[in-house]
Design a binder for this molecule. Structure first.
Ligand SMILES: Nc1ccn([C@@H]2O[C@H](COP(=O)(O)OP(=O)(O)OP(=O)(O)O)[C@@H](O)[C@H]2O)c(=O)n1
Length: 414
């Protein structure tokens, strides 16, 4: 059992805007507490960036009281009873206590209540159901404290029932496990997640995307993605094959600054078509899609590169492609027979990746050709493209002598 940070928990109540908020929303009749992630993270001694509160007050009354106290109130999820109250520039979500009685696996029709116990029991995991009162009392109705101390993620009550209320909880189970747990996933939760996984199909792509990208960069993503691979979840989530070994190598090397899209590339992109499928399946942005395509192209390129990748090859690849994509490809494939990367190539890549050496930039512009007497028009683009190929083949030099000579050759040829 690890210790929990009670001091950090109580210091939440010392934050002046939060304290002020709780004082306004607690009186003899109404009660408001800090709930969920803020309590969990404070007890773990982790940073608390968002604070959610639960209250016995109804949404309209929250708005009215906030205004009386001079706080701004924005109804951000009024149908679920959520109002964002802004105190000294800091936003807090205050939600009326609820009991979700009707669910269809995606949405809940909310019934407001006044009972903190019922509100805790309708939540997903025991570690997410803790609440803290203004008086400093920690309320634990679901054994969340002992699970938190044991770094264990468990559903509240019957996992099947909790999952059927919202199938996204399958993803959340793995995401929270990867972020907070220590040992293997809770066997009951894992078995239920496997049995209910077909329900993921009814969820919106945006919700899956959100949880999957968070899971990919969670603290113990490597182990947890390994569990998903072992239990056959990955084809289900990704719609195609997965390369766990490549993911694992990237996750081991980028831990200080993980980027979800590169981890996704390593895990799920083998050929360019995978990028298109993932864009559709996970509603990726154009920029994310572009990165997956860059990864796919580099992967096929370096695997068939005729020579071992030395500093000159890396210089050329870096000049012509996305450096982060190149870095991810070479890290991902490091345990494979191809490509062969020379130490000099690795060092060069490291210099480009960290910015210690600038990535070479093609030194000619259309204007240089126009100044040299070529008429404006499509021919300029063609000549520049040819010159660029020559520049790449000749070592991507950027000095003035070379640039002038290149321009001279282009003009002669035209
Ligand atoms: N499908 C869901 C989503 C959320 N919750 C509850 O709503 C709270 C807030 O959800 P969310 O903001 O997603 O999680 P946090 O705990 O705040 O953690 P994080 O910020 O890492 O997402 C959770 O603690 C959990 O109690 C739930 O029971 N079922």
């Amino acid at each position: 059992m690890e210790t929990l940070d009670r001091q950090a928990l109580l210091s939440l109540l010392k934050r002046p805007p939060l304290r002020r908020l709780l004082e306004v929303f607690n009186d003899g009749t109404e009660e408001t507490r800090i709930v969920g992630g803020a309590v969990r993270n404070a007890l773990l001694g982790r940073p608390v960036t968002e604070v959610d509160c639960a209250t016995t007050m109804l949404p309209e009354a929250i708005v009215e009281r906030a205004k009386d106290a001079g706080f701004k109130a924005v109804p951000t999820g009024i149908e679920h009873g959520t109002i964002t109250v802004i105190v000294a520039g800091e936003p807090y979500e205050i939600t009326t206590l609820r009991e979700d009685v009707e669910t269809d696996g995606r949405h809940a029709v909310v019934h407001f209540g006044r009972d903190f116990v019922l509100d805790a029991r309708r939540r997903d995991f025991t570690i997410n159901a803790l609440s803290l009162g203004l008086d400093g009392r920690l309320h634990d109705y679901t054994d969340g404290v002992s699970d938190l101390a044991a770094r264990r993620v468990r559903f509240i009550g019957d996992p099947h029932t909790r999952i059927r209320e919202d199938y996204l909880r399958i993803m959340r189970f793995f995401r929270f496990h990867a972020e907070y747990a220590q040992a293997d996933p809770d066997p009951e939760g894992l078995a239920a997640a496997g049995a209910e996984r077909q329900g993921l199909d009814i969820l919106s792509k945006e919700r899956i995307r959100h949880e999957l990208l968070k899971l990919l960069v969670a603290r113990r993503a490597q182990d947890t993605i390994g569990v998903l691979a072992e239990h056959g979840f990955l084809p289900w989530l990704l719609g195609g094959a997965a390369e766990f070994g490549r993911f694992s190598r990237v996750a081991a090397s980028d831990a200080a600054n993980p980027v979800p899209v590169w981890r996704l590339a390593a895990l799920a992109v083998m050929v360019e078509e995978d990028s298109d499928r993932l864009r559709e399946r996970l509603r990726l942005s154009n920029d994310e899609h572009r990165k997956l395509v860059a990864y796919a192209r580099l992967l096929s390129l370096v695997k068939t590169w005729a020579l071992p990748l030395d500093a000159a090859s890396i210089r050329r690849l870096a000049a012509d492609h996305d450096v982060a994509a190149l870095d991810t490809v070479l890290t991902a494939t490091a345990g494979e027979p191809f490509p062969i990367v020379h130490p000099g190539g690795r060092e060069a890549l490291e210099r480009y990746r960290t910015g210690a050496e600038p990535v070479p930039v093609f030194p000619l512009r259309g204007g240089d050709l126009v100044d040299g007497g070529i008429p404006k028009g499509p021919r300029i683009g063609e000549l520049l493209a040819q010159a660029r190929q020559a520049w790449l083949a000749e070592g991507c030099r950027t000095d003035e002598v070379y640039a002038k000579d290149l321009l001279r050759r282009v003009l002669e040829q035209a």
